[in-house]
Design a protein around this ligand. Sequence first.
Ligand code: T4K
Length: 369
Amino acid sequence: MTDKPIFVTQPFLPPLDEYVPYLEEIWDSKILTNGGQMHQRFERALCEYLGVEHISLFNNGTIALLAALQELRVTGEVITTPYSFVATSHSLLWKGAKPVFVDIDPVSLNLDPQKIEAAITPQTTAIMPVHCYGNPCDTRAIKAIADLYNLKVIYDAAHAFGVEDHAGSILNHGDLSVLSFHATKVFTTFEGGAVICPDAKSKQRLDYIKNFGFQNEVSVVAPGINGKLSEVNAAMGLLQLKYFDQIVTRRKDIDAYYRRCLAGVSGIVIPDRERQVVDNYAYFPILVESDFGISRDELYELMLSDNIYTRRYFYPLISEFPMYRSLPSASTNNLPVASAVSRKILCLPIYPALENTDVLRVVDVIRNV
Ligand code: T4K
């Protein structure tokens, strides 16, 4: 008999009967989308929970990234990380901007601020870093560079729901920050996303952008898109929010259990998380070093044969995909750290329903090597 499958992640689903009253409200109102009651309530609840002033909700993180770039009128070249989900750079291509890849820091696995300045040209208009795995970027250093060269900063905070650093919510840094509420994320609305804005005016413009640019029934003030979050998704968000502290507590326990079990296993390195004051334990990445005994890919296959679905987030690098690899900044010589990490990384399963016995199954495969 094969053991039950263990996935890299699974969404937390609140009891179904708790969803029903929200659905009844939607059914009664007959408003299904376009900024209804649930949408408005969810926006307010999120601002309060996350400790931010203004949020514009979106139907997914990718459209939210696009809208953020549109709002800031980003053009020309944008400095970004190759070590992310492909949506980060794809949003730049959709906006007609050129991604310029800069290497990552070997500890945080985020854009290395020390390497940014060398990549700035007269065409550079913005920096798009990612808080990878919810690990905060060096926001101070990035702000100093952006201020000096007059660049916009858009944080891809898809992994960083609920994360705080020394200054409070990580989402308050940069010109705009973008969240994803995809089913694989620590906080989910099935599909969904949001842009965190510094002031009411930019929120207003983002609200126009996500609704085709409509300001009112007869005026269209921007080349907008359909980026609206439906009422059913917003209701799911309200319900998830009630459970989020519980979700993070369980993830924290799993994270600690992995660390205890894997301590001292030679060839397995757990990247340090040094900047967060409040973590969300969104991912559990390990680096499979050359002295482990087998390669990362062999370990990945070994897990698969045991019905354990780990993920190589992020391999290949974005810069290795066909639409990027001819860019000068995509060369491996320019990205030695990201290239090496991408070949060693493995994200282990972590989600609230994962039991300690499941963690042990994962750990045993590693220890038995
Ligand atoms: N920026 C960054 C840094 C991102 O990581 C992402 C998305 C974005 C931007 C864009 O945000 P969105 O537009 O997606 O809102 C997943 C997700 O599709 C993607 O949202 C996510 N990043 C990326 C890191 O991972 P896959 O190809 O790994 O997903 P999939 O379908 O293979 O799922 C992985 C595992 O999760 C499955 O083995 C089982 C489990 N799962 C998945 C789904 C969809 C469930 O249990 N239930 C589900 O509904 O890309």
